[in-house]
Design a protein around this ligand. Structure first.
Ligand code: NAP
Length: 290
């Protein structure tokens, strides 16, 4: 299949084995992109590849658990070895962890997967994005970030862990990361934008949440106008990857209403800078990049 004019040739997409990302991967492949999908589950990955191949699409699967920094680093090396260019890097993998769990690196799991993995993987793949410029970084955020508090003294909820608060904070962090990245990439022809896919109750995201959260989600899902479909979430994701305007616009947070201001805490330059430095510290790199 030949890529249409606005479709990036090589797209790296995390969290493409389920929900919004699975549909987005298939849609991008249908538009002619080669899509490198990152996921944990080989069977799910291979099924996705086979489904795409049957439709003449090109999806390749790379197995990696983004919770572990050593795995993110070796994934970075594997992707650099496999692809000499990366036109779009999409950070879509995400989770909400019911209990406070620590990764092998001793970090809170939600923050590690939703914020630190995108931070480190972007660092690992920056050369490929530069080679391919104009290129894009796209991040799946969430409007739930507006409910988040930011406590730099206990960023990873060692006290009073609450799964929804931890999830909301990780999404605030990821918006702050995108905006800061966009600023730092000024004049490089690499754009960085993030979006809210809508409230999509039918995905696997809250499978591990406390029962009361799942009941609330089920209840909210039946109220007309509140929930949306994974197809709509995927449509928003693909728009940031392919629409010409997001090859120009950078540092944008997009919801169903188009470009929108994120919360003050997410946009605040001091918070952004501090989160950038803290993330660098937590993944063991210098903060003066890119
Ligand atoms: N659903 C919503 O209402 C909603 C709203 C706002 C934002 N979002 C965001 O949308 C994105 C997609 O979520 P979804 O709703 O489509 O949920 P989903 O069906 O659970 O998909 C999440 C994806 O992330 C992957 N993932 C999770 N932890 C991972 C890890 N440690 N390593 C590698 N991959 C991992 C999952 O892989 P596996 O297949 O291995 O589990 C899956 O492919 C997430 O960033 C989520 O925060 C969702």
């Amino acid at each position: 299949m030949t890529a249409s004019e606005d479709t990036p040739r090589i797209v790296v997409l995390t969290g493409g084995t389920s929900g919004i990302g699975r549909i987005a991967a298939s849609d991008l492949a249908a538009q002619g992109a080669t899509v490198a999908v990152i996921g944990r589950d080989r069977t799910r990955g291979e099924t996705l590849v086979a489904d795409a191949t049957a439709l003449d699409g090109d999806i390749r699967f790379h197995q990696a658990d983004l919770a572990t920094q050593a795995t993110v680093r070796s994934l970075g090396a594997e992707l650099r070895d496999t692809y000499d260019r990366i036109d779009a890097l999409v950070h879509n993998a995400g989770l909400s962890s019911r209990n406070r769990t620590e990764t092998e690196d001793g970090l809170e799991l939600t923050f590690a997967v939703n914020q630190l993995a995108p931070y480190l993987l972007t660092y690992e793949l920056l050369d490929r994005l530069r080679i391919s410029a104009p290129s894009r970084v796209v991040v799946t955020a969430s409007d739930i970030h507006r409910r988040a508090t930011l406590d730099f003294d206990d960023l990873q909820f060692t006290n009073d862990y609450d799964s929804l608060q931890a999830y909301a904070r990780s999404k605030l962090a990821t918006i702050a990361f995108t905006l800061e990245l966009a600023d730092r990439l000024d004049n490089t022809e690499i754009t960085a934008n993030c979006f809210h896919p809508g409230f999509v109750p039918s995905t696997n995201l809250f499978r591990d949440s406390p029962i009361w959260t799942r009941i609330m989600i089920r209840a909210a899902a039946i109220i007309p106008g509140i929930g949306t479909t994974p197809q709509e979430g995927a449509r928003r994701l693909c728009k940031l990857v392919t629409a010409p305007e997001f090859g120009e616009q950078t540092g944008t947070y997009v919801t169903g209403n188009g470009p929108t201001s994120p919360s003050k805490a997410a946009a605040d330059p001091e918070n952004r800078e501090r989160l950038w430095r803290t993330s660098a510290d937590l993944v063991g790199i210098e903060s003066d990049w890119p």
